[in-house]
Design a protein around this ligand. Structure first.
Ligand code: UN1
Length: 463
């Protein structure tokens, strides 16, 4: 009988002939073996004192920092992230590790008044093996903002990264150099096996896969957290600083070819439709488009051919539904045809779609953004909230009262005023409402709640 080895491969989106990683998939048995290994070392890891765990995380931070240039280049090559953003992601990764290295020293519980004599307190304990399933778009930062707190609070980790970002994850594992952090190459089968074996599950990715992960984990009764899509609106009020707003919106919609769950997907105007269109079009035209290794590039390629086709099809579908393409809408083809060679689509702005059109409600992961008009600020909020997602929103205005009022009514986990929908601070809770998230916030101090369980301890005098 022949044994078929299932290879997990990643190719450069800028130059698909460039094979970046090729590894045999771990398979179900491989995932189970990795979880057993992580289980075997978990008790020792959790028993190490706080300083020892902090030192391990600080060493990991130093290792990532020491390899910063190489890692940024790998992110550029493997997922096509523009180098300026890739460098930012590496710096963020170092900070995440240092931040959680310090959190090891935070209180792990609280002392309460006992009802009689003695001692009453809570104490947080690790859950065991954290199974992490991560996307390719932040191939270092997302694995680390899950793994670093999991490790800090005494868990061990098995990471199943997206196939498209396998090389980044494997290099990260080499740099971390911890038995407590295992990477399993794989795809859907391995992800499912990990959800079946881990003691706690954290997922970032699409809403469709997130729903499967959530259901499987809930069925097993293990804690699960899922960060999924976004359909994020930027509302531009008439008193906004239009030039600044347009520059931020263009970058939030098109930067890294719009491949962030926090990307702006809709621009909502409020009685200023013509001016906003003109300003955003001008700002989009200024974005550097092309080779992600060029420091002037803001918009690089899509991750793969299917992603490229989805964006082009979405633009064509919008036109068929009566919409207009204000700019972009076309793939930029191969080198032979005088194009860029990779999976490129021009930054695309779509106008004139009915509010219920899929492009204005669902997430298309790419450089495509819809312009919608509202007659009032109230109508803008209703439009912004009228989708099943609720991750991030932005309001552009110079009226603080207005900003506070609208901000409080937006059903999103992140609300930005005069700041882009994309971009998050690792030391604050991150997550969304509605179909964007499930199972509580991640990052910041919220992570301790997720990766631990509380012991309530009562100690009474012996007699
Ligand atoms: C950011 O906007 O800096 O997958 C982070 C994503 C999000 C992270 C966004 N979970 O795009």
């Amino acid at each position: 009988m022949t044994h078929v080895i299932n290879l997990i491969e990643s190719r450069s989106p800028h130059n698909p002939a460039d094979l970046v990683a090729s590894f045999p998939a771990a398979g179900e048995a491989g995932v189970q073996a990795a979880v057993r290994l992580a289980q075997a070392v978990q008790h020792d890891w959790a028993s190490r004192n706080a300083a020892a765990r902090a030192t391990a995380l600080a060493r990991a931070a130093d290792a990532v920092e020491g390899a910063a240039d190489e890692l940024a280049a790998l992110v550029v090559r493997e997922v096509g992230k523009p180098v300026t953003e890739a460098r930012g992601e590496v710096a963020r990764s170092v900070s995440i590790l240092r931040y959680y290295a310090q959190q090891v020293f935070d209180p792990v519980g609280a002392v309460h008044e006992p009802s009689g004599a003695g001692l009453l307190f809570t104490r947080r304990r690790p859950l065991g093996v954290a199974g992490l399933i991560t996307p390719w778009n932040f191939p270092l930062a997302i694995p680390l903002w899950k793994a670093a707190p999991a490790l800090a609070f005494g868990n061990t980790v098995v990471l199943k990264p997206a196939p498209q970002a396998l090389a980044c994850a494997l290099r990260l594992a080499e740099l971390l150099n911890l038995n407590e952090f295992q990477v399993v190459p794989g795809d859907a089968e391995e992800g499912a096996a990990l959800v079946e074996a881990a003691d706690v599950v954290s997922f970032t990715g699409s809403a469709a896969v997130g729903a499967l992960v959530r259901e499987a984990a809930v069925r097993r009764g293990v804690p699960v957290q899922a960060e999924m899509g976004g359909q994020n609106a930027s509302i531009v009020l008439p008193d906004a600083n239009l030039e600044a707003a347009a520059a931020q919106i263009a970058a939030a919609a098109m930067g890294f070819a719009g491949q962030k769950c926090t990307a702006t997907k809709r621009i909502i105007t409020v009685g200023n439709g013509d001016e906003v269109r003109e300003a955003v079009l001008a700002a989009v035209a200024k974005l550097g488009f092309g080779d992600p290794s060029d420091p002037g590039t803001a918009v690089g390629p899509l991750i793969d051919e299917a992603a490229r086709d989805r964006v082009v099809d979405a633009a064509a579908g919008a036109v068929a539904a009566g919409g207009r393409i204000l700019t972009g809408g076309r793939a930029v083809h191969s080198l032979q045809e005088g194009g860029l060679g990779g999976w490129y689509v021009e930054p695309t702005l779509v106008d004139g779609l009915p509010a219920g059109h899929p492009l204005a409600c669902e997430e298309v992961f790419g450089p495509i953004c819809v312009v919608q008009d509202a007659a009032s600020a109230d109508e803008a909020v209703a439009l912004a909230n009228g989708v099943r997602y609720g991750l991030a929103s932005a309001v552009y205005t110079s009226d603080l009262d207005r900003a506070l009022d609208l901000g409080a009514r937006l059903d999103t986990g992140l609300v930005k005023v005069n700041a882009p929908t994309s971009g998050v601070d690792f030391y604050l809770p991150f997550g969304g409402e509605k179909d964007s998230s499930y199972g509580g916030r991640e990052q910041g101090k919220a992570a301790q709640d997720f990766y631990t369980s509380t012991h309530t301890v009562t100690i009474s005098p012996a007699g």
